[in-house]
Write a protein that binds this ligand. Sequence first.
Ligand code: HEC
Length: 99
Amino acid sequence: MLRRSIVLLLLVLSGHLAEAGAQPIRDATRAELLYSTYCLACHDTQVHWREKKLATDWASLQAEVRRWQQLSRLDWSEYDIEIVTGYLNDLHYRYPPPN
Ligand code: HEC
């Protein structure tokens, strides 16, 4: 019985390791989730397609993401700001990302 639960535990743990290996996919999902939860309600894709863009390159796009999460008092980490910037950039802007 004990042995069986140890095997089960190992299986569960190795499952988590495999998941950690799939980081990029999970982060894209996380970014999408963050954006659709906290941001999308207010502005749809049209905000990001306007002629008069506030975001004109990667840096200003990231600055906007930082500003908006601040305004919404979300207290995002640098990491979350980064992945949501990447998410929006992939989706709408396609600015060259920094190294
Ligand atoms: C209270 C409503 C509201 C919320 C919530 C909101 N936004 Fe916005 N967002 C706007 C409006 C309105 C604009 C256009 C602002 C302007 O022209 O000054 C904008 C503009 C932007 C822009 C610049 C778009 C461009 O190309 O000019 C980015 C990037 C952005 N928001 C990201 C976010 C992110 C990320 C979040 C979630 C953390 C968020 N916003 C939440 C209303 C909102």
